[in-house]
Design a protein around this ligand. Structure first.
Ligand code: URP
Ligand code: ZN
Ligand code: ZN
Length: 468
């Protein structure tokens, strides 16, 4: 039996904070205590002066994803290696239905692509056609551990479903232990604004933000909450960026509804002003919903403190700024003369933990426990992975990171491990660095050294989602 002993670390979970040793046998934590003796075979790591945290859980990535107009540049191998370097040991990625086909071929295709994963992976399913067949397939998928489904109120003609379809999918999820994830923006109204802007010749990246007003995110969030209430399903609002949307979520939660929401680092650290960077640089920040102003940002930080927002995930959806490699379609350059053609999405899977530690714990007064809860425990609980993932406890997977709370960093795209050619946080400085990462007991990251390998990630059959 392979055994590992992590000694003298300050173990922080969502609820605990104490100094102890952790014995790992095979892939699980087998003992936690003071002065644990090293068994004959044990590899011993001294974590003195370091935080010992559960591996991060990122429940919003798009790896090797065909978005129709463009394909995300990371494979599961490269994207999850980047995740691991950032302290994330579990990723829940979006599989998708192709229009006219069923959900099951979509998940089979995703599982083939996910074989190269370096960390453990689960799948949400994007549903595009809601009909008797796909509704029945939802139940099959839930039995196979795919217990969350994303539907869009945005992107008419591409990804959007109408309210009736959304409601039908919600009823199935509500009765079967699944949760609906919603991309909440008013797609048809945004389409009018986009068409008008392009017709006027307002084609620069800044018009991406101007044509996607926060009120239309608030409207769609409110609407989908009301549909979820009627359908009696838990609802998870993905990539929430707007104060109006947060108000809708807060009111629903105050009513006692099982409504949850995530935000992403880019909404917490960047603003609409980034679209005005010189030249075409603003295209690097084109994702949906768009970046907002300072007032929205402050509302989001408040929401993280008050638990009106429960999760910080990345929405890692990487398209290169310059040419994509291997002739892959299309980079951000596609929209040089028309912002509406810029592939929507941005990278971030590697920088989440250091950013939230620095911005959240050091600058906005989040406790260490809350930091762990937002980046690991809450997403694991919400998406049926807890207590296997999301905590350090006897019997849990030994997904553990050693984190130096005092080491400083400067983010450089050239030092990242994603295949994408930029970071939105270039040059940003902060404090708090991932030093070592264990995936199910195996040391996969040791400083700047990669010890993991493609294919070592396991598929996660998840339990019920949204029942916490
Ligand atoms: O712009 C974004 N967020 N791209 C990824 C797709 C999505 O809506 O999550
Ligand atoms: Zn979305
Ligand atoms: Zn996304």
């Amino acid at each position: 039996m392979a055994s590992t002993l992590i000694k003298n670390g300050r173990i922080v979970t969502a609820v605990d904070d104490y100094t102890a040793d952790i014995l790992i046998e095979d892939d699980r934590v087998s003992m936690i205590g003071r002065n644990l003796p090293a068994a004959g075979q044990a590899r011993v790591y001294d974590a003195g002066g370091l935080l010992v945290l559960p591996g991060g859980v990122d429940v919003h990535t798009h790896l090797d994803w065909d978005f129709g107009v463009a394909r995300t540049v990371d494979t599961f191998g490269t994207g999850t290696k980047a995740a691991a370097f950032g302290g994330t040991t579990t990723v829940v990625d979006f599989a998708n239905q192709t229009r006219g086909e069923g959900l099951l071929p979509g998940i089979e295709n995703w599982r083939r692509r996910a074989e190269s994963a370096c960390v453990d992976v689960g799948a949400h399913m994007i549903v595009l056609d809601v009909n008797r067949h796909s509704l029945a397939e939802m139940t099959t998928l839930i039995r196979e551990g795919v217990t969350s489904f994303k539907l869009f109120t945005a992107y008419p003609g591409v990804l959007m479903v109408d309210d009736g379809a959304l409601f039908k999918a919600m009823r199935v999820a509500g009765g079967s232990g699944a949760m609906i994830c919603v991309h909440a923006e008013n797609g048809p109204v945004i389409q009018v604004l986009v068409e008008e802007a392009v017709a006027r010749g307002d084609t620069a990246p800044t018009h991406h933000a101007l044509t996607r007003p926060s009120s239309m995110e608030g409207e769609a969030t409110h609407r989908t909450i009301r549909l979820a209430e009627l359908a009696a399903t838990p609802l998870y609002v993905v990539h929430l960026s707007a104060a109006e949307a947060l108000t809708a979520v807060t009111q629903a939660r105050d009513q006692g509804l099982p409504v949850y929401a995530e935000t992403c680092p880019h909404y917490l650290f960047l603003t609409v002003a980034d679209y005005d960077r010189p030249g075409f640089e603003g295209a690097k920040y084109v994702m949906t919903p768009p970046l907002r102003n300072q007032a929205h940002q402050e509302a989001l930080w408040r929401g993280l403190k008050t638990n009106d927002l429960q999760v910080v995930s990345t929405d890692h959806c990487p398209f290169c700024f310059n040419e994509q490699p291997y002739g892959m379609k299309f980079s951000k350059q596609q929209g040089r003369n028309d912002f509406s053609k810029i592939p929507n999405g941005a990278p971030g899977v590697e920088t989440r933990l250091p950013l939230i530690f620095d911005g959240g714990v050091r600058q906005h007064g989040l406790s260490l426990n809350r930091f762990v809860e937002l980046t690991s425990t809450a997403p694991a609980r919400l998406f049926g992975l807890f207590p296997r993932k999301g905590t350090i406890a006897v019997g849990s997977d030994a997904d553990i990171i050693l984190f130096d709370p005092d080491e400083t960093w400067t983010i450089r795209g050239s030092e990242g491990h994603s295949r994408v050619d930029y970071t939105m946080f270039e040059g940003r400085r902060g404090t708090g660095r991932v030093k070592k990462v264990f995936l199910r007991g195996q040391l996969v990251v040791d400083g700047t050294e990669w010890l993991g390998k493609e294919g070592m990630g396991e598929f996660l059959r998840r339990g019920a989602s949204g029942r916490i």
